[in-house]
Write a protein that binds this ligand. Structure first.
Ligand SMILES: C[S@@+](CC[C@H](N)C(=O)[O-])C[C@H]1O[C@@H](n2cnc3c(N)ncnc32)[C@H](O)[C@@H]1O
Length: 438
């Protein structure tokens, strides 16, 4: 007997390679991807979108004089497309690790200089007896063996002495080294103390140095492929001074926004990148790391006060869902979780509303807003059709919906909410194109 998943899967159109510009609106598709350039996989970002989405948008809607913006830039997928198609792009992201990744991917690095700097670093760290102790954060000793801590400290010390123009790439290789040499199992996204953690091998300082060399080599290989694109690129990539998509510069003017906004309650990116944030010195204390949550749209870590109050967005279908979560009509969670999650949903849509208002200000007349978002989110048993709700809010503010399609996600490692039965629910990304009408 064919189960629901298979039935649904068969009804999708399967596309090999690029999403065609003449795709009909409203389609459900899967994409069999051709191997992307290595540069795409550099940098830790648990919710990347596939480059075929911004590529499709640029090919369908943009002309060479276009300027685009990605206000939730993540690992810079949109920027890589802009560079390959020679159009100008602005970008921002509140998360310091994302900003580092985007800076690296938009800079030319000389493989020769990187190798020379790495050789020097390895020579220095290998002969050093004493390792400083400069980095501190909660549970450091649980997640990092003593020789690993020493190895990381020594590498840090030397990267800080390296030529400043080479440092961003070295830091990115260091970030991968931190994740790999921690006591997390491969594939784990969150550093949570769980009983099923597999035994981790005993590691030495030199293991740390070898991993660092490995990740530098990987980055250099990516840049050997990528540098020619950067060198041929005639337009401009510019990071905005704003680090919050709810506050865009007043004077900015763009033809299109292409982005994948955060999901509600999906991946705790601050927690997921805790080790990198501390070891790279992107935050200087636990409190500084926790402060990042106040900048993050979609976070579950919102102040407890205010949660008791039932949030009202003014959009009737959304408010009904928020109320269902609040009163636990589908699922009664323990210790105030219904109220908390109801507030998280309320806050997410209010933040996105603020972001849409700002987007209308920076978009030129007739400009486009293309977004891709995971649909549907399930919060306390209540299904939230995120894409259509976002689209409804945007259209109420001054956009017109002109195109949409749905893309089946395979092997997407999302943090699926506990105690929720997903059976029979097919998860896909919804891509929506809006046009500014006034
Ligand atoms: C789904 S990810 C984007 C992934 C990206 N498209 C890629 O392919 O790598 C969403 C991004 O939104 C960022 N973000 C969350 N809240 C933000 C805010 N208030 N302002 C700017 N960026 C924010 C997160 O740091 C994350 O990088």
């Amino acid at each position: 007997m064919i189960n629901t998943f298979e039935q649904q899967f068969r009804s999708y159109s399967h596309i090999a390679g690029e999403i065609p510009c003449n795709l009909e609106s409203g389609k459900f598709i899967t994409v069999e991807r051709i191997s992307p350039l290595k540069i795409y996989s550099l940098g830790f970002q648990p919710a990347k979108f596939i480059p075929e989405i911004p590529r499709w948008f640029i090919q369908k809607y943009a002309d060479p004089a276009f300027t685009i913006l990605d206000p939730f830039c993540g690992s810079g997928t949109t920027l890589l497309e802009a560079i390959q198609q020679n159009i100008s792009a602005y970008w921002l992201d509140y998360h310091p690790l994302s900003r580092l990744i985007c800076q690296v991917k938009t800079t030319v690095f000389s493989p020769q200089e990187i190798f020379e700097a790495t050789t020097q670093i390895i020579e220095k760290v290998s002969t050093q007896k004493f390792a400083p102790s400069t980095i501190n954060f909660s549970n450091k000793d649980f997640w990092f063996q003593q020789p690993v801590q020493e190895g990381l400290e020594l590498l840090r010390e030397q990267i800080l002495l390296a030529e400043s123009s080479l440092q961003p790439l070295l830091w990115l290789a260091f970030a991968s080294t931190v994740r790999k040499t921690s006591n997390m199992n491969d594939g784990m996204i969150l550093a949570a103390r769980r009983s099923h953690i597999e035994k981790i091998p005993i590691r030495s300082r030199s293991d740390v140095f070898q991993y660092f060399q490995h990740y530098v080599k990987q980055s250099v290989e990516a840049f050997v492929e990528w540098n020619p694109f950067l060198k041929n690129f005639k337009a401009k990539i510019q990071q905005l001074s704003s680090q919050d998509a709810r506050q865009l510069p007043e004077l900015l003017k763009v033809d299109a926004i292409i982005t994948s906004p955060p999901y509600i309650n999906a991946i705790d990116y601050v927690w997921a990148s805790k080790f990198e944030l501390h070891w790279l010195g992107l935050v200087n204390s636990n409190q500084e790391r926790l402060n990042l949550y106040s900048k993050e749209i979609g976070t579950e870590r919102i102040p407890k006060q205010g949660c008791k109050e039932l949030g009202k967005t003014g959009y009737l279908p959304l408010d009904q869902l928020i109320e269902e979560i609040y009163y636990g009509k589908k699922y009664q969670a323990t210790s105030g979780q219904n109220q908390l999650r109801s507030r998280v949903v309320y806050q997410y849509f209010m933040d996105m509303k603020l972001h849409f208002l700002q987007s209308l200000q920076v978009l030129k007349q007739g400009g486009y807003y293309c977004f891709s978002v995971g649909d549907v989110s399930n919060i306390c048993g209540v299904e939230i059709p995120v894409a259509s709700l976002l689209s409804e809010i945007a259209c109420d503010l001054g956009f017109n919906k002109i195109f949409n399609f749905n893309l089946l996600l395979k092997n997407r490692r999302l943090n699926v909410p506990r105690n929720v039965n997903w059976a029979g629910t097919i998860k896909h990304d919804t891509i929506i194109v809006l046009e500014k009408i006034n």
